[in-house]
Design a protein around this ligand. Structure first.
Ligand code: FHN
Length: 443
Protein backbone atom coordinates (compact mmCIF):
# COMPACT_ATOMS: atom_id res chain seq x y z
CA UNK A 1 0.00 0.00 0.00
CA UNK A 2 1.29 3.45 -0.84
CA UNK A 3 1.09 6.07 1.86
CA UNK A 4 -1.65 8.62 1.23
CA UNK A 5 -0.33 12.20 1.16
CA UNK A 6 -1.53 14.38 4.01
CA UNK A 7 -3.65 17.34 2.90
CA UNK A 8 -1.73 20.40 4.04
CA UNK A 9 -2.59 24.08 4.02
CA UNK A 10 0.83 25.16 5.14
CA UNK A 11 3.10 22.57 3.64
CA UNK A 12 5.45 22.98 0.69
CA UNK A 13 4.02 25.01 -2.18
CA UNK A 14 6.34 23.48 -4.74
CA UNK A 15 7.74 20.04 -5.39
CA UNK A 16 11.28 20.01 -6.76
CA UNK A 17 13.75 22.79 -7.41
CA UNK A 18 12.96 26.36 -8.35
CA UNK A 19 13.66 26.91 -12.05
CA UNK A 20 13.93 30.72 -12.26
CA UNK A 21 17.00 32.86 -13.04
CA UNK A 22 17.54 34.06 -9.44
CA UNK A 23 17.75 30.51 -8.17
CA UNK A 24 19.95 29.51 -11.11
CA UNK A 25 22.34 32.25 -10.02
CA UNK A 26 22.28 30.98 -6.43
CA UNK A 27 23.08 27.52 -7.74
CA UNK A 28 26.06 28.85 -9.68
CA UNK A 29 27.80 30.50 -6.68
CA UNK A 30 29.79 27.51 -5.45
CA UNK A 31 31.46 29.47 -2.66
CA UNK A 32 30.05 31.89 -0.12
CA UNK A 33 31.07 33.75 3.02
CA UNK A 34 29.18 33.86 6.31
CA UNK A 35 29.85 36.63 8.82
CA UNK A 36 28.87 36.54 12.49
CA UNK A 37 29.36 39.89 14.12
CA UNK A 38 27.68 41.42 17.13
CA UNK A 39 27.97 42.25 20.81
CA UNK A 40 29.36 38.79 21.61
CA UNK A 41 32.47 39.81 19.67
CA UNK A 42 33.26 42.20 22.52
CA UNK A 43 33.48 39.38 25.10
CA UNK A 44 35.69 37.25 22.83
CA UNK A 45 34.43 33.99 24.30
CA UNK A 46 35.46 34.80 27.87
CA UNK A 47 34.09 36.47 30.96
CA UNK A 48 35.95 37.55 34.09
CA UNK A 49 39.06 35.74 32.92
CA UNK A 50 37.21 32.42 32.41
CA UNK A 51 36.87 30.90 28.98
CA UNK A 52 33.43 29.83 27.84
CA UNK A 53 33.32 26.27 26.64
CA UNK A 54 30.79 26.88 23.88
CA UNK A 55 30.26 28.90 20.71
CA UNK A 56 31.27 32.49 21.50
CA UNK A 57 28.04 34.00 20.12
CA UNK A 58 26.10 31.98 22.74
CA UNK A 59 28.00 33.39 25.71
CA UNK A 60 24.97 35.31 27.00
CA UNK A 61 23.36 31.97 27.82
CA UNK A 62 26.29 30.99 30.08
CA UNK A 63 25.44 31.07 33.78
CA UNK A 64 28.57 33.12 34.52
CA UNK A 65 27.34 36.09 32.48
CA UNK A 66 24.70 38.33 34.08
CA UNK A 67 22.13 39.21 31.42
CA UNK A 68 21.96 42.85 32.43
CA UNK A 69 25.68 43.12 31.89
CA UNK A 70 25.58 41.45 28.50
CA UNK A 71 22.63 43.58 27.43
CA UNK A 72 24.65 46.72 28.26
CA UNK A 73 27.52 45.76 25.98
CA UNK A 74 26.00 47.87 23.22
CA UNK A 75 27.28 50.89 25.15
CA UNK A 76 30.78 49.71 24.21
CA UNK A 77 30.11 48.74 20.60
CA UNK A 78 32.41 50.98 18.63
CA UNK A 79 34.26 49.18 15.83
CA UNK A 80 36.75 51.91 15.01
CA UNK A 81 38.62 49.84 12.46
CA UNK A 82 35.58 48.56 10.57
CA UNK A 83 36.27 49.05 6.88
CA UNK A 84 33.47 47.54 4.80
CA UNK A 85 35.34 48.10 1.55
CA UNK A 86 38.27 46.10 2.92
CA UNK A 87 35.90 43.31 4.02
CA UNK A 88 34.31 43.15 0.60
CA UNK A 89 37.67 43.22 -1.16
CA UNK A 90 38.95 40.39 0.99
CA UNK A 91 35.84 38.37 0.12
CA UNK A 92 36.24 39.21 -3.55
CA UNK A 93 39.86 38.04 -3.53
CA UNK A 94 38.77 34.85 -1.78
CA UNK A 95 36.43 34.20 -4.67
CA UNK A 96 33.12 34.17 -2.83
CA UNK A 97 30.02 34.96 -4.86
CA UNK A 98 27.68 35.65 -1.96
CA UNK A 99 27.80 36.72 1.66
CA UNK A 100 25.39 36.02 4.50
CA UNK A 101 25.59 38.66 7.20
CA UNK A 102 24.14 38.59 10.72
CA UNK A 103 21.73 41.51 10.97
CA UNK A 104 20.52 40.21 14.34
CA UNK A 105 21.70 37.12 16.19
CA UNK A 106 19.98 35.40 19.13
CA UNK A 107 20.90 38.20 21.56
CA UNK A 108 18.57 40.50 19.62
CA UNK A 109 21.06 43.31 19.02
CA UNK A 110 20.39 44.86 15.61
CA UNK A 111 23.24 45.98 13.40
CA UNK A 112 20.82 48.25 11.55
CA UNK A 113 18.87 51.17 13.06
CA UNK A 114 15.57 49.34 13.43
CA UNK A 115 12.66 51.58 14.38
CA UNK A 116 11.03 48.67 16.25
CA UNK A 117 13.51 48.43 19.11
CA UNK A 118 15.98 50.60 20.95
CA UNK A 119 18.48 47.76 21.00
CA UNK A 120 20.35 48.73 17.86
CA UNK A 121 23.64 50.05 16.60
CA UNK A 122 22.06 53.52 16.42
CA UNK A 123 22.21 53.65 20.23
CA UNK A 124 25.80 52.43 20.44
CA UNK A 125 28.76 54.82 20.42
CA UNK A 126 29.33 53.79 16.79
CA UNK A 127 25.83 54.98 15.77
CA UNK A 128 26.18 54.26 12.03
CA UNK A 129 24.21 51.63 10.14
CA UNK A 130 26.46 48.56 9.79
CA UNK A 131 24.11 46.52 7.60
CA UNK A 132 23.90 49.29 5.02
CA UNK A 133 27.66 49.56 4.82
CA UNK A 134 28.06 45.80 4.36
CA UNK A 135 25.27 45.63 1.77
CA UNK A 136 26.70 48.56 -0.21
CA UNK A 137 30.34 47.47 -0.09
CA UNK A 138 29.68 43.85 -1.10
CA UNK A 139 27.17 44.80 -3.76
CA UNK A 140 29.78 47.16 -5.22
CA UNK A 141 32.22 44.26 -5.47
CA UNK A 142 29.62 42.19 -7.29
CA UNK A 143 29.01 39.87 -4.32
CA UNK A 144 25.35 39.04 -3.66
CA UNK A 145 24.09 39.81 -0.16
CA UNK A 146 21.89 37.57 2.01
CA UNK A 147 20.71 38.70 5.40
CA UNK A 148 20.94 36.37 8.39
CA UNK A 149 18.09 36.92 10.86
CA UNK A 150 17.49 35.09 14.13
CA UNK A 151 13.80 34.82 14.89
CA UNK A 152 14.61 33.79 18.47
CA UNK A 153 15.36 37.06 20.24
CA UNK A 154 16.64 36.92 23.83
CA UNK A 155 16.23 40.67 24.27
CA UNK A 156 12.54 40.83 23.51
CA UNK A 157 10.03 40.61 26.40
CA UNK A 158 7.46 38.90 24.15
CA UNK A 159 9.74 36.12 22.95
CA UNK A 160 8.52 32.70 24.16
CA UNK A 161 9.99 29.25 23.68
CA UNK A 162 6.57 27.66 24.05
CA UNK A 163 2.98 28.82 24.18
CA UNK A 164 1.54 27.27 27.31
CA UNK A 165 -0.87 29.95 28.48
CA UNK A 166 -3.18 32.50 26.94
CA UNK A 167 -0.75 35.17 28.06
CA UNK A 168 2.06 33.42 26.14
CA UNK A 169 -0.01 33.42 22.97
CA UNK A 170 -0.92 37.07 23.33
CA UNK A 171 2.71 38.02 23.89
CA UNK A 172 3.87 35.86 21.02
CA UNK A 173 1.34 37.45 18.68
CA UNK A 174 3.00 40.76 19.45
CA UNK A 175 6.37 39.13 18.85
CA UNK A 176 5.28 37.82 15.46
CA UNK A 177 4.21 41.30 14.41
CA UNK A 178 7.55 42.67 15.63
CA UNK A 179 9.36 40.02 13.56
CA UNK A 180 7.33 40.80 10.47
CA UNK A 181 7.94 44.53 10.94
CA UNK A 182 11.69 44.09 11.31
CA UNK A 183 11.96 41.86 8.26
CA UNK A 184 9.84 44.19 6.17
CA UNK A 185 12.02 47.04 7.33
CA UNK A 186 15.20 45.19 6.34
CA UNK A 187 13.97 44.42 2.84
CA UNK A 188 12.73 47.99 2.34
CA UNK A 189 15.99 49.49 3.61
CA UNK A 190 18.22 47.12 1.64
CA UNK A 191 16.38 46.28 -1.56
CA UNK A 192 19.55 44.77 -3.06
CA UNK A 193 19.07 41.79 -0.70
CA UNK A 194 18.96 38.51 -2.61
CA UNK A 195 17.72 36.34 0.18
CA UNK A 196 17.14 35.81 3.90
CA UNK A 197 18.94 33.23 6.02
CA UNK A 198 16.76 32.36 8.99
CA UNK A 199 17.90 30.92 12.28
CA UNK A 200 16.54 30.40 15.80
CA UNK A 201 13.32 28.84 14.48
CA UNK A 202 13.52 25.56 16.35
CA UNK A 203 11.44 26.34 19.44
CA UNK A 204 7.94 25.02 20.01
CA UNK A 205 6.44 28.51 19.92
CA UNK A 206 7.59 28.92 16.32
CA UNK A 207 6.71 25.37 15.37
CA UNK A 208 3.17 26.17 16.51
CA UNK A 209 3.16 29.19 14.19
CA UNK A 210 3.10 27.35 10.86
CA UNK A 211 0.33 29.45 9.35
CA UNK A 212 2.11 32.63 10.32
CA UNK A 213 5.49 31.53 8.97
CA UNK A 214 3.79 30.59 5.71
CA UNK A 215 2.13 33.98 5.31
CA UNK A 216 5.34 35.71 6.41
CA UNK A 217 7.32 33.96 3.71
CA UNK A 218 4.80 34.95 1.06
CA UNK A 219 4.79 38.53 2.29
CA UNK A 220 8.60 38.77 2.19
CA UNK A 221 8.72 37.29 -1.28
CA UNK A 222 6.20 39.85 -2.47
CA UNK A 223 8.55 42.63 -1.36
CA UNK A 224 11.52 41.43 -3.43
CA UNK A 225 10.64 39.27 -6.40
CA UNK A 226 12.98 36.30 -6.70
CA UNK A 227 13.95 36.49 -3.00
CA UNK A 228 15.58 33.27 -1.80
CA UNK A 229 14.61 31.75 1.54
CA UNK A 230 15.91 28.40 2.74
CA UNK A 231 14.18 25.70 4.73
CA UNK A 232 14.78 27.16 8.21
CA UNK A 233 11.91 29.64 8.20
CA UNK A 234 8.74 27.64 8.04
CA UNK A 235 6.89 24.93 9.88
CA UNK A 236 3.81 23.18 8.57
CA UNK A 237 0.60 23.00 10.59
CA UNK A 238 1.88 19.90 12.38
CA UNK A 239 5.09 21.60 13.46
CA UNK A 240 7.32 19.81 10.96
CA UNK A 241 10.35 21.85 9.99
CA UNK A 242 12.46 21.73 6.79
CA UNK A 243 10.31 18.98 5.26
CA UNK A 244 6.54 19.00 5.57
CA UNK A 245 4.39 16.07 6.70
CA UNK A 246 4.72 14.63 3.19
CA UNK A 247 8.50 14.88 3.22
CA UNK A 248 8.60 17.77 0.76
CA UNK A 249 11.09 20.58 1.38
CA UNK A 250 9.57 23.88 2.56
CA UNK A 251 11.92 26.50 1.22
CA UNK A 252 14.06 27.20 -1.78
CA UNK A 253 16.97 25.10 -0.58
CA UNK A 254 17.83 22.70 2.25
CA UNK A 255 19.38 24.56 5.18
CA UNK A 256 20.15 21.61 7.40
CA UNK A 257 23.80 21.17 6.41
CA UNK A 258 25.49 22.99 9.24
CA UNK A 259 29.10 21.95 9.91
CA UNK A 260 28.48 18.75 7.99
CA UNK A 261 28.58 17.78 4.34
CA UNK A 262 26.52 15.11 2.63
CA UNK A 263 28.46 12.00 1.71
CA UNK A 264 26.50 11.00 -1.38
CA UNK A 265 24.13 12.62 -3.82
CA UNK A 266 21.31 10.50 -2.45
CA UNK A 267 21.69 12.37 0.87
CA UNK A 268 20.49 15.65 -0.67
CA UNK A 269 17.17 14.20 -1.90
CA UNK A 270 17.21 16.18 -5.13
CA UNK A 271 17.17 19.51 -3.27
CA UNK A 272 19.32 22.58 -3.61
CA UNK A 273 21.40 23.02 -0.47
CA UNK A 274 24.28 24.87 1.09
CA UNK A 275 26.69 23.89 3.81
CA UNK A 276 27.71 26.47 6.40
CA UNK A 277 31.05 25.78 8.07
CA UNK A 278 33.22 27.18 10.81
CA UNK A 279 37.02 27.31 10.58
CA UNK A 280 37.44 26.14 14.20
CA UNK A 281 35.47 23.07 15.25
CA UNK A 282 32.54 25.16 16.41
CA UNK A 283 31.90 28.81 17.19
CA UNK A 284 30.77 31.49 14.77
CA UNK A 285 31.39 34.73 16.65
CA UNK A 286 34.89 35.96 17.54
CA UNK A 287 36.61 34.07 20.35
CA UNK A 288 40.06 34.99 21.60
CA UNK A 289 41.05 31.33 21.76
CA UNK A 290 40.12 28.83 19.14
CA UNK A 291 39.91 25.44 20.80
CA UNK A 292 40.54 22.19 18.96
CA UNK A 293 41.51 21.89 15.33
CA UNK A 294 41.44 24.86 12.93
CA UNK A 295 40.72 24.02 9.33
CA UNK A 296 43.42 24.83 6.85
CA UNK A 297 42.73 26.41 3.48
CA UNK A 298 43.44 22.98 1.97
CA UNK A 299 40.60 21.44 3.96
CA UNK A 300 38.28 24.32 3.08
CA UNK A 301 39.13 23.95 -0.61
CA UNK A 302 38.37 20.25 -0.40
CA UNK A 303 35.06 20.97 1.37
CA UNK A 304 34.15 23.55 -1.28
CA UNK A 305 34.85 21.00 -3.99
CA UNK A 306 32.98 18.26 -2.20
CA UNK A 307 29.91 20.49 -1.82
CA UNK A 308 29.92 21.58 -5.45
CA UNK A 309 30.44 17.98 -6.56
CA UNK A 310 27.19 17.11 -4.75
CA UNK A 311 25.29 20.08 -6.15
CA UNK A 312 25.59 22.44 -3.17
CA UNK A 313 27.32 25.68 -2.17
CA UNK A 314 29.99 25.90 0.52
CA UNK A 315 29.76 28.86 2.88
CA UNK A 316 32.70 29.57 5.17
CA UNK A 317 32.18 31.58 8.35
CA UNK A 318 34.23 34.52 9.58
CA UNK A 319 33.86 36.12 13.00
CA UNK A 320 35.37 39.61 13.03
CA UNK A 321 36.73 41.13 16.23
CA UNK A 322 34.81 43.87 18.03
CA UNK A 323 37.05 46.51 16.45
CA UNK A 324 35.97 45.43 12.98
CA UNK A 325 39.10 43.58 11.87
CA UNK A 326 39.57 39.90 11.04
CA UNK A 327 41.89 37.58 12.94
CA UNK A 328 45.08 36.65 11.06
CA UNK A 329 44.08 32.96 10.78
CA UNK A 330 40.96 33.96 8.85
CA UNK A 331 42.84 36.38 6.64
CA UNK A 332 45.27 33.59 5.75
CA UNK A 333 42.54 31.07 4.93
CA UNK A 334 40.72 33.64 2.77
CA UNK A 335 43.91 34.58 0.94
CA UNK A 336 44.98 31.00 0.28
CA UNK A 337 41.54 29.95 -0.87
CA UNK A 338 41.42 32.96 -3.17
CA UNK A 339 44.81 32.12 -4.67
CA UNK A 340 43.56 28.62 -5.40
CA UNK A 341 40.22 29.82 -6.74
CA UNK A 342 41.95 32.22 -9.12
CA UNK A 343 43.54 29.29 -10.94
CA UNK A 344 40.88 26.62 -10.52
CA UNK A 345 37.51 28.40 -10.27
CA UNK A 346 36.29 26.93 -13.55
CA UNK A 347 35.67 23.71 -11.63
CA UNK A 348 33.68 25.52 -8.91
CA UNK A 349 31.57 28.31 -10.44
CA UNK A 350 28.49 27.33 -12.46
CA UNK A 351 29.17 23.71 -11.65
CA UNK A 352 26.97 20.91 -10.46
CA UNK A 353 26.85 17.22 -9.69
CA UNK A 354 28.46 15.28 -12.55
CA UNK A 355 26.47 12.12 -11.98
CA UNK A 356 29.48 10.52 -10.36
CA UNK A 357 30.63 10.63 -6.77
CA UNK A 358 33.92 10.85 -4.95
CA UNK A 359 36.72 8.69 -6.27
CA UNK A 360 40.12 7.83 -4.87
CA UNK A 361 41.81 10.85 -6.52
CA UNK A 362 39.11 13.40 -5.65
CA UNK A 363 35.85 14.86 -6.98
CA UNK A 364 34.04 15.41 -10.24
CA UNK A 365 32.15 18.58 -11.01
CA UNK A 366 30.28 19.39 -14.19
CA UNK A 367 29.60 22.73 -15.84
CA UNK A 368 25.91 23.55 -15.74
CA UNK A 369 24.46 23.73 -19.25
CA UNK A 370 27.57 22.13 -20.73
CA UNK A 371 29.09 18.67 -20.97
CA UNK A 372 32.46 19.73 -19.64
CA UNK A 373 33.52 17.62 -16.67
CA UNK A 374 36.20 18.62 -14.18
CA UNK A 375 38.22 16.35 -11.99
CA UNK A 376 39.52 18.15 -8.92
CA UNK A 377 42.46 16.03 -7.86
CA UNK A 378 43.51 15.84 -4.22
CA UNK A 379 45.29 12.47 -4.18
CA UNK A 380 47.80 11.27 -6.77
CA UNK A 381 48.81 7.60 -6.84
CA UNK A 382 52.55 6.86 -6.80
CA UNK A 383 52.51 5.82 -10.47
CA UNK A 384 50.70 9.01 -11.53
CA UNK A 385 47.89 7.02 -13.05
CA UNK A 386 44.38 8.02 -12.01
CA UNK A 387 41.66 5.46 -12.30
CA UNK A 388 38.55 7.27 -13.41
CA UNK A 389 35.12 5.74 -13.28
CA UNK A 390 32.66 7.62 -15.45
CA UNK A 391 28.89 7.86 -15.52
CA UNK A 392 27.16 5.05 -17.37
CA UNK A 393 27.71 4.97 -21.14
CA UNK A 394 30.28 7.73 -20.98
CA UNK A 395 33.89 7.59 -22.03
CA UNK A 396 36.70 10.10 -22.11
CA UNK A 397 37.24 12.00 -25.35
CA UNK A 398 40.12 14.15 -24.27
CA UNK A 399 41.73 14.96 -20.92
CA UNK A 400 43.87 18.03 -20.29
CA UNK A 401 45.14 20.09 -17.40
CA UNK A 402 43.10 23.20 -16.64
CA UNK A 403 46.29 25.11 -15.94
CA UNK A 404 47.97 23.96 -19.17
CA UNK A 405 45.19 23.28 -21.69
CA UNK A 406 47.66 22.32 -24.42
CA UNK A 407 48.93 19.40 -22.32
CA UNK A 408 46.78 16.51 -23.47
CA UNK A 409 46.98 13.64 -21.01
CA UNK A 410 47.21 10.10 -22.27
CA UNK A 411 44.25 7.93 -21.43
CA UNK A 412 43.55 4.26 -21.59
CA UNK A 413 40.02 3.01 -21.69
CA UNK A 414 39.29 -0.09 -19.67
CA UNK A 415 36.61 -2.56 -20.55
CA UNK A 416 33.89 -0.86 -18.54
CA UNK A 417 32.94 2.76 -17.80
CA UNK A 418 36.42 3.48 -16.61
CA UNK A 419 39.73 4.78 -17.86
CA UNK A 420 43.21 5.48 -16.66
CA UNK A 421 44.48 9.02 -17.02
CA UNK A 422 48.25 9.29 -16.90
CA UNK A 423 49.75 12.46 -15.43
CA UNK A 424 52.83 13.87 -17.18
CA UNK A 425 56.08 12.32 -15.92
CA UNK A 426 57.66 14.41 -13.20
CA UNK A 427 54.47 16.29 -12.33
CA UNK A 428 54.69 16.94 -8.60
CA UNK A 429 51.56 18.87 -7.64
CA UNK A 430 51.81 21.06 -4.56
CA UNK A 431 48.11 21.89 -4.38
CA UNK A 432 44.87 20.37 -5.64
CA UNK A 433 44.63 20.72 -9.41
CA UNK A 434 42.03 20.27 -12.11
CA UNK A 435 41.81 17.98 -15.12
CA UNK A 436 39.23 18.90 -17.75
CA UNK A 437 37.66 16.04 -19.60
CA UNK A 438 35.53 16.00 -22.70
CA UNK A 439 33.24 13.06 -22.62
CA UNK A 440 31.76 10.92 -25.35
CA UNK A 441 28.38 9.30 -24.97
CA UNK A 442 28.29 5.67 -26.03
CA UNK A 443 25.11 4.68 -27.71
O1 FHN B 1 22.80 28.98 17.20
C1 FHN B 1 23.23 29.38 15.94
C2 FHN B 1 24.71 29.54 15.87
O2 FHN B 1 25.12 30.47 16.81
C3 FHN B 1 25.10 29.98 14.48
O3 FHN B 1 24.51 31.22 14.16
C4 FHN B 1 24.65 28.96 13.49
C5 FHN B 1 24.96 29.29 12.05
O4 FHN B 1 24.38 28.39 11.19
N1 FHN B 1 23.19 28.78 13.57
C6 FHN B 1 22.69 28.44 14.88
C7 FHN B 1 22.73 27.01 15.15
O5 FHN B 1 22.08 26.32 14.13
Amino acid sequence: TTKQPVALKHGAHRVGKRTDADMAKWRSYGLGQFIHWGLYSILEGKYNGKYYNGAAEWIRSWKEVPHAEYDSLYKQFNPENFNPTQWAKMAKQMGVKYVTFTTKHHDGFCLWPSQYTQYTVANSPYKKDIVKQVVDAYTKEGIDVYLYFSVMDWSHPDWRTDLKTKEDSVAFDRFKLFTKNQLTELLKMYPQTKGLWFDGTWDTSWKKSGAFSDSLEQHLKSLIPGLIIGSRLRADEFGNRHNDANGVLMGDYEQGWERKIPKTYADVHGNDWDCVMTIPENGWGYAEKWLGHWKTSYECIEMTTQCVSLGGNFVLNFGPKADGTFRPEEITVAKEMGDWMKVNNAAIYDCEYANCEKQDWGYFTKKQNDDKIYMVVFNVPINGSLKVKLPKNTSIGKASLLQAPSTVLSTEQLDYNASYIQLPKGMKPTSPFVIVIDTKQQS
